[in-house]
Design a protein around this ligand. Structure first.
Ligand SMILES: [Zn+2]
Length: 105
């Protein structure tokens, strides 16, 4: 399955998505073995750890995008429960969106 984005723009910055093994993740985050992904605001990078199902990886991705959105809006302290709910909404939008509307000028 193809992943939705290798990179994207939020809040004027280009964000990158890294999809790595736990071993590679540990080079960048000592907690990599205990999480499925993380959002690194200073480098504008979303990290995803390989090994989960496609569905779980997508849920993790949208959760981390929710963090990225909050960072991009200037919020530094995130409530994980709120981030999780926002991420679930983004995941739902991603997985249920269908059809195309042709816009008219
Ligand atoms: Zn989180």
């Amino acid at each position: 399955m193809r992943f939705p984005y290798r990179n994207f723009r939020l809040g004027g910055r280009k964000w990158r998505v890294k999809y790595v093994t736990v071993q590679t993740g540990l080079k960048y985050n000592p907690s990599a073995a205990d999480c499925h992904g993380w959002c690194d605001d200073p480098t504008a990078t979303i990290w995803l750890i390989k090994g989960d199902s496609v569905e779980y990886t997508l849920i993790t991705f949208w959760h981390e995008v929710a963090h990225a959105m909050l960072y991009s809006m200037g919020y530094r302290d995130h409530d994980e429960a709120e981030v999780d709910r926002l991420g679930q909404m983004l995941y739902q939008l991603h997985t249920t969106g269908a059809g195309v509307i042709e816009l008219e000028r």
